[in-house]
Write a protein that binds this ligand. Structure first.
Ligand code: R1P
Ligand code: URA
Length: 302
C-alpha cells in the first residue's frame, strides 16, 4: 500500500496533525465548524460534558457529548484557504493510519455542519433569519485544484453562473477592466440527507462563497472595486431561483466534503441585507439563539 510522504501529511512531534493539532481519537463523527474561534465556546457551553479543548492558530477544537452523543466543534477562521486545511486534516484524522501513513481500508464519513454568518443579496430575506445552503457556487479558486465528479445538475448550475458572468463581463476588449474578471466558478450541493434531517422546515437558498469580504462581495470602502455593479449582477442572476446569500466558506466545505466522501450542510445566520443595507442590531444575541436552535436539531436528528 502506498505510503503518504512526510511532507504531504505533516505530523507534529506528539503525533498530532500539523495545523489542527489533533490526534485521531480527538474528533467525533459529527463536527460543527464555525468561523470565529470565540464561537467555539458559545457552542460547547451547551454540551453536557467536555472531554477535550485543544487549539493552534485560529483552529480551536472542543469535543464533548450532548444528549449522549459525541460531538466536536472546531473553528476554521475565515475563508476557503482555511477550509482546504480543515477539511483535509479532518479527513486525515479519520481515514489515514498515522502509524504507517496509509489510507484505511474502511473509510469514515463525517457529518460536517457549518454555523456561520452571512449577507443576503435579495431584498426580501430579512436580517436575523436563518437560511440553509442547498448548494453553493465558489468564486474562489479552491476546488479548481481538485478532481471532483460533478452531478449533471451541479454542472448545469456551474455553467449557468459562468454564462451569466460572461454575458455581463465576457465580451470586452483586453484594455477593459472587465476583461480581467475571473469567470471560473464551481458549484456543489450540500448533503441532501442532512438537509432533510436537520433543516426540512427552514428556508433554503443558493449561496455564493466569495474569496474576500469587500470587493469580492460587492463592497467598496476606499479601495476601488473593479466592477461597481457586481452585487447587482449577483442579485439579478436567476436559474430556477436566485442567489440568496454571500459568505466565505460554504462552497469549499461542500466541494471538499464531496471529494472526500463526507456529508456537509451550511447554516447561515443572516446578519446583513446587502440590497436594503440593513445590518443586524444584535448580532451576538441572534447567533446565540440560532446556536441553541441548531444544536437542538442535531440532538434530535443525528
Ligand atoms: O461568521 P463566520 O462563520 O466567520 O462566517 C462569515 O463571516 C466571515 C466574514 O465576516 C466569513 O468567515 C463568513 O463566511
Ligand atoms: O455580508 C456578510 C456578512 C457576514 N459574512 C460575510 O461573508 N458577508
Amino acid at each position: 500500500m502506498q505510503q503518504i510522504s512526510d511532507t504531504d501529511l505533516i505530523l507534529n512531534t506528539d503525533g498530532s496533525i500539523y495545523h489542527l493539532n489533533l490526534l485521531p481519537e480527538d474528533i467525533a463523527d459529527t463536527v460543527i465548524t464555525v468561523g470565529d474561534p470565540d464561537r467555539v465556546g458559545e457552542v460547547s457551553k451547551h454540551f453536557d460534558t467536555i472531554e477535550l479543548k485543544k487549539g493552534k492558530r485560529e483552529f480551536i477544537t472542543h469535543t464533548g457529548t450532548m444528549g449522549g452523543k459525541r460531538i466536536t466543534v472546531l473553528s476554521t477562521g475565515i475563508g476557503t484557504d482555511n477550509i482546504d486545511i480543515v477539511l483535509n486534516e479532518l479527513d486525515a484524522l479519520v481515514n489515514i493510519n498515522f502509524a504507517n501513513r496509509t489510507v484505511n481500508e474502511q473509510l469514515r464519513s463525517l457529518n460536517i455542519i457549518r454555523i456561520g454568518t452571512s449577507g443576503a443579496v435579495q431584498a426580501n430575506i430579512e436580517v436575523d433569519t436563518l437560511l440553509v445552503s442547498e448548494g453553493a457556487w465558489g468564486l474562489d479558486a479552491l476546488m479548481t485544484y481538485y478532481q471532483v465528479e460533478l452531478s449533471d445538475q451541479e454542472e448545469v448550475y456551474k455553467t449557468a453562473l459562468e454564462h451569466h458572468f460572461s454575458n455581463r463581463y465576457g465580451n470586452h476588449s483586453e484594455d477593459d477592466p472587465y476583461y480581467h474578471f475571473p469567470l471560473k466558478v464551481y458549484f456543489t450541493y450540500g448533503d441532501k440527507g442532512l438537509l432533510v434531517k436537520l433543516a426540512d422546515d427552514l428556508p433554503k437558498g443558493f449561496t455564493v462563497t466569495a474569496p474576500g469580504f469587500y470587493a469580492p462581495q460587492g463592497r467598496q470602502v476606499r479601495a476601488k472595486a473593479l466592477m461597481g455593479d457586481f452585487l447587482k449582477n449577483l442579485s439579478d442572476f436567476y436559474y430556477e431561483g436566485n442567489i440568496t446569500n454571500l459568505e466565505m466558506e460554504t462552497a469549499g466545505i461542500y466541494g471538499l466534503s464531496k471529494a472526500l466522501g463526507h456529508k456537509a450542510i451550511s447554516f447561515n445566520v443572516i446578519l446583513a441585507n446587502r440590497v436594503t443595507n440593513v445590518f443586524s442590531e444584535r448580532p451576538a444575541g441572534i447567533m446565540e439563539q440560532y446556536i441553541a436552535d441548531i444544536l437542538a436539531r442535531i440532538a434530535k436528528g443525528i
